[in-house]
Design a protein around this ligand. Structure first.
Ligand code: NAI
Length: 401
């Protein structure tokens, strides 16, 4: 059977090759579609790819039970209700780490830009003002960079900053392997006290909301700089603006805000506007063409593996199950069912009744849904499908052979 994919919102064409390599027909739409247009477009579609502007209601999904998987070709997954998707056995994938490098490069650029006051010097020249001076301009070599959150982005910045000759310290709530010569700071407090530049790379979680307020800024070295390219909830911008105005801090770069405009050209205000040596960017940390291509390849690869092997590794909706590619003489059963006792036992009984020998099996559950991949030795595959579907708790099943 040929599978069909509909990719909306101008998803990068690198997705096509990945999907076509596993026999998927790919159709593109440049924009998001209103629900009524999407309804028509989804006829005969098995894979839907969206970015941030699409909305997929439960009613829409009710009308398209042939949809096997959804790719969110971005970081966020608020286009649909993930719990509802799981309860339908609908696998949803995203590409959370494909723009890591882009954020890391922007941050490195900002560390140098703040040390040389590039934003101010550039603006002055645009205004016809020549202000050549070494005062307040510094090399970054030998300075201390404090990275808060040593995950995908933080750890890449660590490597790049050391190549510039910076001393790197970091703070994370999880013990992390220090790369290069970086050192754990011991605590957030000691990182703030020691760093010439503090850069934040933590997720938006209860523990990180408001984690940098007036008290934390007061712990920073006089003349230090602050970069927030993580999430707008992490820093109190009023407190940051106050520290910049009274000269305690010497600069800041901010890419994310507590409230951000929905559309380009919508009005925007921040307490940091107009302050010297402050670089403001409109949430573009991860926005590069390379990141879009990497997102396309990453999300499409996950969709392709789900189609061909049933792997739900790194799905954001259904339980994660992954098994090595089955041997050519095996059939693979992919079965989503309600998470109640006895279903797996019934599957085993039904397979035993037709002398099907199970060669591999892996099940994972969330509180409501279970997903199992079962490999069986050669039997008539059409026999299996009807038997498995006869189990009342079945949500969705496919066979691969
Ligand atoms: P990640 O999940 O790989 O790393 C986050 C790290 O923060 C983890 O090591 C985690 O243990 C640590 N952490 C969590 N809570 C902490 C706490 N209270 N104190 C110290 N460390 C804590 O995430 P990744 O990919 O590195 O992204 C980091 C941030 O960057 C996220 O908030 C993400 O939303 C944001 N981001 C921003 C982009 C932009 O366009 N500006 C683009 C991509 C990501």
């Amino acid at each position: 059977m040929t599978h069909r994919a509909l990719l909306l919102e101008g998803i990068h064409a690198d997705a096509d090759a990945v999907l076509q390599a596993v026999g998927v027909e790919v159709v593109h739409e440049t924009g998001a579609l209103a629900e009524s247009d999407l309804d028509a477009a989804l006829d005969g579609v098995h894979i839907l790819g969206v970015r941030s502007k699409s909305r997929l209601s439960p009613a829409l999904l009710d009308r398209h039970p042939d949809l096997l998987a959804i790719g969110c070709f971005c970081i966020g997954t608020d286009q649909l209700d993930l719990r509802d998707a799981a309860n339908r056995g609908l696998a949803v994938f995203n590409a959370p780490f494909s723009n890591t490098r882009s954020v890391a490069e922007l941050t490195i650029a900002e560390i140098v830009a703040l040390h040389r006051r590039l934003g101010d010097r550039s603006r002055e020249l645009h205004e016809g003002i020549w202000r050549k001076s070494a005062s307040g301009a510094h090399e970054v070599r030998g300075r201390t960079l404090g990275i808060v959150g040593y995950g995908h982005i933080g750890s890449q910045i660590s490597v790049l900053a050391e190549a510039f000759g910076m001393r790197v310290i970091y703070h994370d709530i999880v013990p992390k392997l220090a790369l290069g010569n970086a050192q754990p700071a011991g605590s957030l407090k000691s990182l703030l006290a020691e760093s010439d530049v503090v850069t934040l790379h933590v997720p938006d979680e209860p523990s990180t909301r408001g984690m940098i307020g007036a008290a934390e800024i007061a712990m920073m070295k006089p003349g230090a700089m602050m970069i927030n390219n993580a999430r707008g909830s992490v820093v109190d911008l009023e407190a940051l603006a106050a520290a910049l105005k009274d000269g305690r801090l010497d600069g800041a770069a901010v890419d994310v805000y507590p409230s951000e405009p929905k559309r380009n050209d919508d009005p925007f205000a921040t307490p940091l506007a107009g302050l010297p040596n402050v670089v403001l960017t409109p949430h573009i940390g991860g926005s590069t063409e390379e990141a879009q291509a990497a997102i396309a390849r990453d999300a499409a690869s996950k969709l392709a593996r789900y189609l061909t092997e049933g792997s739900t590794r790194s799905s954001v909706s259904v339980p994660e199950v992954d098994l090595p590619t089955p041997a050519p003489d095996r059939h693979r059963i992919l079965h989503f069912h309600r998470n109640v006792p006895g279903v797996l036992g019934r599957m085993h009984t039904l397979l035993a009744e037709i002398d099907a020998n199970i060669t591999a099996e892996y099940l994972q559950s969330d509180p409501e849904v279970s997903y199992v991949i079962l490999d069986v030795e050669s039997i008539a595959v059409e026999q299996i499908g009807d038997r498995m579907r006869s189990i009342p708790e079945t949500i969705r099943m496919r066979t691969l052979s």
